[in-house]
Write a protein that binds this ligand. Structure first.
Ligand code: UDP
Length: 426
């Protein structure tokens, strides 16, 4: 056993009001053949970042449908997470040395984690590169492979550093299937697993995404020194170069010249597997300087899911100025709250932000500032985009759709050959 993550219980019936009776019945029907299947989701962190956010609802919903589903996190110390963060960065296109020592650290922790793999499952879903070597390690030790293994890639591999991808590729190729967020992220030289292309989704019933009354919103804003009467620009993101928090501050500064009462709030959580978080947080604070209208908060300041949801509901405009992005759950979270979004043209963001329909896509700081200003000055347009955005998310990016996708993949892998699936996947 690794570390098991406790989850709140969820019932699919609670979602019927949002998705309708027909869809609800359809999901129950897809789940029926999987009753009592044993499922393991394995990732690197229980807290912080999109994967943890997704599993917090997906795991209890699978359980509600009769699959015995566990969420466990691999173990690792700082030296391992330094290596896996370097892998994450290089796989997303940053150049860093990929040394024999780094490979040794990755392999050593993979071995330690393989020691904890002491149960059998019908489906094992391995999230991202950190636990990707476990299956290969078990096979090397002569353990018979049990069940279907799926590698779920949440990151953008388009510009992956070749030597790092060459290291990861054979590990991924041991799996039966691989899921990517976008067709563009699928590496052409990946042979072996059946490939599925599926974007993730948000939980409309989570504490973060449930509606809040005005009194709560006002109380939370005041608690963090924000003025509810003044416009608020918000970015919710880990402190990470790909999320471009420095660019957000630069864009805010340009808008501030036209809208002096503007406040900027940047909220980031410190993920357990992200050792870079603190140093990038410090850089962000330095960039903000002495502007007391820039508020930079993180989970250790008492900003939990409720507060993040309140900030998203209270924002005038939400920005997600990513340079590289897997999907960007924060964008769907913002749109679900009917907020206009200005976001970087990166990864899965263009699936969510349809230009002039649900928000604006931008390629640099100047464009970002221009669109933020436009939305602050045009509340009617901001409302129209936000409302269209909420509908777009309702149709495409709720976790019930994602749940159904997983169930279909499990059914397909359990009953069809890889070759017959290859024709229908994607
Ligand atoms: N998040 C949060 N608190 C924070 C920052 C982020 O709860 O201070 C959540 C955010 O609401 C979203 C997830 O972390 O649900 C981030 O997912 P996303 O796909 O946007 O980015 P990732 O961190 O996976 O790159």
């Amino acid at each position: 056993m690794f570390g098991t993550v406790p989850v709140v219980s969820r019932s699919l019936a609670e979602y019927e009001e949002i998705i309708g009776a027909e869809r609800y019945a359809e999901i129950c029907r897809i789940a029926e053949p999987l009753r009592d299947a044993r499922v393991l989701h394995l990732n690197a962190t229980a807290l912080g970042g999109g994967v943890a956010e997704i599993l917090a609802s997906l795991v209890p919903l699978m359980n509600d449908l009769g699959l015995h589903t566990e969420w466990q996190v691999i173990r690792g110390a700082e030296e391992f997470f330094n290596v896996t963060k370097a892998m994450h960065n290089t796989l997303q296109g940053m150049f860093l040395p990929w040394t024999p020592e780094m490979r040794e650290v990755y392999n050593r922790y993979t071995g330690l984690n393989a020691d904890f793999f002491d149960e059998e499952y019908d489906f094992v879903v391995i999230h991202d590169p950190q636990p990707a070597g476990i299956l290969g390690e078990l096979t090397q030790r002569g353990r018979e492979k049990h069940g279907k293994w799926i590698w779920r890639c949440h990151i953008d591999l388009t510009d992956a550093q070749p030597d790092v991808w060459d290291f990861l590729r054979p590990l991924v190729e041991d799996h039966d299937a691989a899921i990517f967020t976008l067709e563009d992220f699928v590496k052409k030289d990946l042979g072996g697993p059946v490939v599925f292309v599926i974007p993730p989704a948000i939980d409309p019933l989570s504490l973060k995404n449930s509606p809040r009354d005005e009194a709560t919103v006002e109380e939370v804003l005041r608690r963090f020194g924000l003025d509810p009467a003044r416009p608020l620009l918000l970015q919710v993101s880990r402190f990470d170069p790909w999320k471009d928090p420095l660019g957000v501050i630069d864009a805010y500064r340009i808008v501030k010249q036209e809208v002096p009462e503007l406040q900027l709030l940047m909220v980031g959580s410190m993920a357990h597997d992200d050792p870079e978080g603190w140093s990038y947080y410090e850089r962000t604070v330095r960039r903000a300087g002495e502007d007391y209208d820039v508020h930079i908060l993180h989970n250790l300041n008492g900003v939990g899911n409720l507060e993040v949801g309140v900030f998203q509901s209270a924002a005038t405009v939400i920005v997600q100025k990513s340079i590289k992005e897997g999907f960007g759950l924060t964008v769907s979270e913002a749109l679900w709250k009917a907020k206009p979004v200005v976001a970087g043209r990166a990864g899965g963001i263009p699936l969510q932000v349809l230009p002039e329909e649900t928000g604006y896509l931008v390629d640099n700081v100047e464009q970002c500032a221009q669109q933020i200003l436009r939305l602050i000055q045009n509340p009617a347009e901001a409302r129209r985009l936000g409302e269209a955005g909420r509908e777009h998310v309702r149709r495409n990016f709720l976790n019930t759709r994602y749940l159904a996708d997983y169930l279909r993949i499990f059914n397909g892998l359990a009953t069809q050959s890889a070759d017959s699936l290859r024709g229908v996947a994607k």
